[in-house]
Design a protein around this ligand. Structure first.
Ligand code: GDP
Ligand code: MG
Length: 377
């Protein structure tokens, strides 16, 4: 497709100002979806988006629109190649601003939607600056003019004073009724430049910086047989979200069963630090174990009704071992002065029970135990 007939644009707005509804109308205007046929909020595909009525993931929709540029006046519209419009819908919520800036990096223009009654709100300002810093042509859209409390003149004044946008450029629309959104499409606009061809693109244009990862968390399948399913789910997540990356690691400590299906470590923000008092806990522990030092105290696994052995091993060589004694229930408490054989019988029964528990019992290891364990490694 000739680049001069391509327009890449975004719709940006404060939450609930009508961005997704406007996107639906534009898709209808170009015949991409049939009026009233598509699901409302066509671009909000994720379940969470439909349930909560918010956009989380940026979505792209491609539209074709026959339109004559003003310089081509008099040309038969049917002979004129149509515009290819790429609409990139962005989330308005501050939590997803990474998605917004990622979308804007692919655009040359933005429709800045403002609710005619509410006027400019916090995310209108934040999104305006994201678009402005990305050098986009900004076309203001004053939406919801059908509302009785709509005050487009007040919004025009805000656009002028806050963003220095010319009120004459503002479109007055109702995404709900379609008013103000008749042909031609607002983005077949000379003011929005066509995208640079790959050869014209200066190398620094490639604004777009990969996300800097800030929070890290480990995920392990609680049951080893769920590994493939977990792996598949994580792969799908990374395909979907460029801000997530994955590094595989293994932890032999987590061969232990648990009730939760996925064990997640506490999300951590990595940092490097030095002890100013010269204590180096990690190396000290290593040094001790290298010198056959034994870690004698182990306090974070709750005591069980049966004996638990904790071993530290290098390969098949056990380098440390500790036995956590069983919590003992006094089964004899009830039989004051009972005969010896009865007491013996009760103790035998208890011993049997403990044996069975050890074999079939699931050790209830709290999530915190994993967190503590993994802190060390
Ligand atoms: P978004 O959060 O910016 O994507 O906003 P939505 O498109 O989800 O719209 C938020 C609410 O405003 C929905 O209930 C829409 O039906 C409603 N809405 C959107 N545009 C208009 C409009 O032009 N007029 C009126 N009255 N309601 C609108
Ligand atoms: Mg939306």
């Amino acid at each position: 497709y000739p680049t001069e007939r391509i327009r890449n644009f975004s719709i940006i707005a404060h939450i609930d100002h009508g961005k997704s509804t406007l996107a639906d109308r534009l898709l209808e205007l170009t015949g991409t979806i049939k009026r009233g046929k598509g699901q409302p909020q066509y671009l909000d595909k994720l379940q969470v988006e439909r349930e909560r009525g918010i956009t989380v993931k940026a979505q792209t929709a491609t539209m074709f629109h026959p339109h004559v540029l003003s310089s081509n006046h008099g040309t038969n519209q049917n002979d004129t190649p149509s515009f290819l419009l790429n609409l990139i819908d962005t989330p308005g919520h501050v939590d997803f601003s990474y998605e917004v800036s990622r979308s804007l990096a692919a655009c040359q223009g933005a429709l800045l939607v403002v609710d005619a009654a509410q006027g400019v709100q916090a995310q209108t300002v934040a999104n305006f600056y994201l678009a402005f810093e990305s050098n986009l042509t900004i076309i203001p859209v004053i939406n919801k003019i059908d509302q009785p409390t709509a005050d487009p003149d007040r919004v025009k004044a805000q656009l002028k004073s806050l963003f220095d946008l010319d009120p004459k450029d503002a479109l007055l629309t109702s995404a709900k009724t379609g008013q103000g959104l008749e042909y031609p499409h607002p983005c077949c606009d000379r003011r929005i430049p066509s995208p640079p061809g790959c050869c014209d693109m200066p190398s620094e244009c490639s604004c777009f910086k990969p996300a800097k990862h800030m929070v890290f968390s480990g995920l392990y399948p609680a049951d080893g047989s769920d590994f493939d399913a977990l792996n598949h789910a994580i792969e799908r997540l990374t395909c979907n979200d460029a801000s997530v990356s994955v590094t595989k690691e293994t932890s032999t400590a987590l061969g232990i069963e648990s009730e939760t299906r996925v064990i997640s470590t506490i999300p951590t923000v990595p940092y490097i630090f030095e002890y100013s008092d010269g204590r180096y806990v990690g190396p000290v522990i290593t040094l001790c174990s290298e010198r056959r030092g034994e870690q004698l105290e182990y306090s974070f696994i709750d005591r069980q009704m049966f004996e638990i052995t904790i071993q530290a091993a290098i390969g098949s060589k056990v380098i440390a071992r500790e036995t956590l004694s069983a919590m003992r229930k006094n089964v004899l408490a009830k039989c004051y002065g009972g005969d010896v054989s009865r007491k013996k019988k009760l103790l035998e029964k208890q011993k049997e029970g403990k044996k069975r528990m050890k074999r079939v019992g699931s050790v209830d290891i709290p999530q915190e135990a994993f967190h503590e364990l993994l802190k060390v490694s």
